[in-house]
Write a protein that binds this ligand. Structure first.
Ligand code: HEC
Length: 116
């Protein structure tokens, strides 16, 4: 009887937790959704804007030739400056730079289904 009682309580809690997480996910699309460019912009401007002219991304002879290479640069500079970003933050910064300057096709796992 007691075990059944606890099981019932646990089941109720699980329901509430699921609802709570659902609400959280709706309230914070930046966490639930694929990397978003606005967050990437804020991250980039905080840490990277001061050093190189943003024009390095727009220059004719820029080195990055694909989304993956832009990401590799972002990861490189993150490492150079202290490895502060998680993978999804590196994705967000890459997406920001890509949306703004490079315009390479963005993989679905980073940009979601809204673009290639
Ligand atoms: C110490 C100065 C410095 C800092 C800090 C810095 N960068 Fe750079 N970045 C450079 C220089 C210089 C280049 C050009 C390197 C080259 O072409 O060999 C560059 C190139 C790049 C490129 C490639 C541009 C191309 O040619 O396509 C990307 C992307 C980039 N940086 C992103 C970042 C990000 C993201 C950060 C912040 C985590 C950052 N950088 C911080 C100096 C810096």
């Amino acid at each position: 009887m007691l075990r059944w009682g606890w099981g019932r309580i646990a089941a109720r809690f699980a329901g509430w937790i699921a609802i709570g997480l659902g609400l959280l996910a709706c309230g914070m699309p930046a966490i639930a959704a694929p990397a978003d460019a606005a967050r990437g912009r804020a991250l980039y401007e905080t840490r990277c804007g001061g050093c190189h002219e943003r024009s390095v991304h727009a220059r004719g002879a820029r080195s990055a030739k694909s989304f993956a290479q832009v990401r590799a640069w972002v990861a490189h500079w993150d490492r150079q400056t202290g490895s502060l970003w998680r993978d999804d933050e590196i994705d967000a910064v890459t997406r920001y730079l890509n949306d703004r300057y490079y315009r390479f096709p963005c993989p679905g796992e980073v940009c979601g289904t809204d673009r290639g």
